[in-house]
Design a protein around this ligand. Structure first.
Ligand SMILES: Cc1ncc(COP(=O)(O)O)c(C=O)c1O
Length: 308
């Protein structure tokens, strides 16, 4: 009799998360290379799969998840999709609180995985986060991952995404640039990249219309998944060397270049990150190593400006 590996329900899916490729993108017109971490290749199509996997595994280990539990999270979409996918694979109920302004495709994917969707009217996240807190206060079966303050969010990137980048890049990294939603990616990756080489410059990309770290007011922008109108707690104390503003039209233009010049079907935060990374690369010698993140796939944005 052959031994079968001892696998838990959902392990096969969880093992597909992470270890994404890092690819050099050569921009002919600018004669510069940007190294892009392909997080859109995670199984649900975004960087948020890492967070959903790690928080669920940690909660299981600590005995916080049981058959009657419902994972309850407020999200702009990708975290909801990721938890809905991990919940489906692992056998947990999932309820996602989301602004009505988030794209319909994201809602459809979340429902398709079998999760419950609770919509609220206001833009940003704050009203939704408050709603999840009230629901959990009235029902102990809710498990709140709290992506905006959960240190596992940043730790996961410090222990996995950052080291994966370091392993894949030939030579020292000059600049790492990415935007922030919860700030988990920026906080975690910057920690491991700075620990490996303190000269690596950490650049926070922000929408020009909502450049809070640059000391400006938050306003409306079209870059999906980032800059929810407040500086997230996970960014407190993070070593950020500079910020780089990218306007919404610039982000869309670069996203279309990634789609059409490189064949990478990614969303607008990937375009915004790449626009910021290319700008950094243009200020440095041609062989500089500038790394950024391609956060998610474009198919969840058919109804948004990206496809209009
Ligand atoms: C499309 C997209 N890009 C970027 C981010 C930012 O990632 P983080 O939350 O780690 O700051 C998110 C977060 O939800 C996202 O959905």
């Amino acid at each position: 009799m052959t031994d079968r590996p001892t696998m838990r329900r959902g392990d096969a899916l969880l093992n597909l998360i992470g270890n994404t490729p890092l690819v050099p993108l050569y921009f002919e017109a600018e004669q510069r290379t940007v190294w892009a971490k392909c997080e859109f290749l995670n199984p649900s199509g975004s960087i948020k799969d890492r967070l959903a996997r790690t928080i669920v595994l940690d909660a299981e280990q600590r005995g916080l998840l049981h058959p009657d539990s419902t994972i309850l999270e407020c999200t702009s979409g990708n975290t909801g999709i990721a938890f809905a996918m991990v919940g489906a694979a692992r056998g947990y109920k999932v309820a996602i609180v989301m602004s009505k302004r988030a794209s319909g495709e994201r809602r459809m994917i979340i429902r398709h995985f079998g999760a419950e969707l609770i919509l609220f009217d206001e833009p940003g996240y704050l009203a939704g986060i408050e709603m999840t807190r009230q629901m959990a206060a009235n029902d102990s079966n809710y498990f709140l991952p709290c992506q905006f303050e959960n240190q596992l969010n940043a730790m996961d990137h410090a222990h996995e995404t950052g080291p994966e980048i370091l392993k894949a890049v030939p030579g020292p990294i000059d600049v790492f640039v990415t935007g922030y939603g919860t700030g988990g990616t920026l906080a975690g990756c910057s920690k491991s990249l700075k620990a490996a080489r303190k000269e690596t410059q950490i650049v926070a990309m922000e929408p020009s219309e909502s450049a809070l770290l640059a000391g400006e007011e938050a306003c409306c922008h079209w870059i999906e998944g980032i800059a929810g109108g407040f500086v997230p707690p996970l960014l407190r104390g993070v070593e950020i060397d500079s910020t780089c503003k990218v306007s919404s039209p610039e982000a869309i233009e670069m996203t279309l270049r990634l789609n059409r010049e490189f064949g990478l079907l990614v969303g607008s935060s990937s375009g915004a990150n790449t626009a910021a990374a290319l700008r950094q690369a243009q200020e440095l010698p041609k062989d500089a190593v500038v790394v950024t993140i391609l956060c998610d796939r474009a198919e969840r944005y058919f109804s948004t400006r990206l496809f209009q």
